[in-house]
Design a binder for this molecule. Structure first.
Ligand code: ZN
Length: 283
C-alpha cells in the first residue's frame, strides 16, 4: 500500500477517533477486566484477522503513532509465502485478459471481464460461490485457477514468521486463527480440532509463548461454526475467542464468543455514529 492510499488515510482517522474517544486495551487484558467487572466504560479492542503483511507495514506504524495496541489473529499455515484461496482467485481475475472468462468446469460460471467494474463484480461473485465449498475442494480449485491464470506460486501478501515476531516485539498481541482457515462447519470434527491446535502450536513455536486468544475463521456463530467448536477452543487451551457476529462484549458475554464489528465506514461521521451506537449497546 502507498502512503497516500485512501485506505491508509481512512485507517489513520479511524485510529485518531478511537484513541480520543475510547480506552483501548489489548484483547487479553480487556477479557480479564470484563471477567472481573473492572472494564472501563467505552473500552475498545482493535483486531486484525488472517496475517496479511500490511498489518505490519501499514497498520503497525499507525497504531504506534497513536500509542495503541491491537491483536492480530494469524492463520499460521500461510506465513512465509503462502496465499489464501480468496487471494488466489483475486490474483487470477486480475491477471486474466479482458473478454470472456469461462470457469464453468469449476462450477464457477462464465464471466465477462470487459471493465474494472466487471472484474470487481466477478471477484465478488466467484468468492461468494466458492466460499462455502468443502475446504479441500475450495483450496484445490482456487490453486488450479491461479496456476492457469499465470499467478506466481511465490507470494508476499502474508507476513513471515519473523514479521509476526516483530509485531509481538512491538507490544502487539498475536492470536490463533487455525492453520489454513477452514470454515469450521465445512470440515469434520477431527480436522477442525487439528486445524485449531496446529495453528496454535505453530504460533507458540514462533513466539515461544502461550497463545490463548482465538478468532473463528469467517466467524459467524451459526453459519460458520457450532457449539462443538467452542468446546474445542476451550479444550485447546484458549482463554478468549472472537466471532464476526456484530455487537459489543458485555459483562455477561461468553469469553469464547466475543462479538465484533467491522469499521468499514467511508467517512469519520459514519464511523463515529457506529462507535456511539456500540457504546450505547445498540449495535
Ligand atoms: Zn480470517
Amino acid at each position: 500500500m502507498r502512503r497516500d492510499d485512501p485506505d491508509t488515510l481512512q485507517f489513520d482517522w479511524m485510529l485518531r477517533l478511537i484513541s480520543r474517544n475510547f480506552t483501548v486495551l489489548p484483547l487479553g487484558k480487556a477479557v480479564e477486566r470484563l471477567k472481573s467487572g473492572t472494564l472501563p466504560a467505552a473500552a475498545a479492542c482493535i483486531t486484525f484477522d488472517d496475517g496479511y503483511k500490511d498489518n505490519l507495514t501499514v497498520a503497525l506504524p499507525l497504531l504506534r503513532r497513536y500509542g495503541l495496541f491491537a491483536t492480530f489473529f494469524v492463520a499460521a499455515g500461510f506465513l512465509d509465502g503462502g496465499r489464501m484461496w480468496n487471494d488466489d482467485i483475486i490474483e487470477a481475475i486480475r491477471l486474466s485478459p479482458a473478454g470472456l472468462l469461462d470457469w464453468s468446469e469449476f462450477e464457477l460460471g462464465r464471466h465477462d471481464l470487459a471493465s474494472d467494474d466487471h472484474r470487481r463484480a466477478t471477484i465478488a461473485a466467484v468468492l461468494g460461490k466458492l466460499k462455502y465449498a468443502p475446504h479441500d475442494q475450495r483450496a484445490r480449485a482456487a490453486r488450479e485457477i491461479a496456476r492457469r491464470a499465470g499467478v506466481e506460486d511465490a507470494s508476499d501478501l502474508m507476513m513471515t514468521a519473523d514479521e509476526v515476531r516483530s509485531l509481538r516485539a512491538a507490544g502487539m498481541e498475536i492470536g490463533g486463527h487455525t492453520w489454513s482457515h477452514p470454515i469450521l462447519n465445512s470440515v469434520g470434527d477431527d480436522e477442525a480440532y487439528s486445524e485449531i491446535v496446529r495453528g496454535k502450536t505453530e504460533l507458540e513455536a514462533i513466539l515461544r509463548e502461550n497463545i490463548n486468544l482465538f478468532a473463528y475463521p469467517n466467524g459467524n456463530p451459526e453459519r460458520d461454526f457450532s457449539p462443538k467448536h467452542v468446546a474445542m477452543i476451550r479444550e485447546a487451551g484458549f482463554a478468549a475467542a472472537v466471532t464476526t457476529e456484530r455487537g459489543v462484549g458485555k459483562s455477561d458475554s461468553d469469553p469464547l464468543l466475543i462479538p465484533r464489528f467491522t469499521p468499514w465506514d467511508r467517512t469519520p461521521l459514519r464511523f463515529a455514529a457506529r462507535c456511539a451506537l456500540a457504546v450505547a449497546g445498540r449495535i
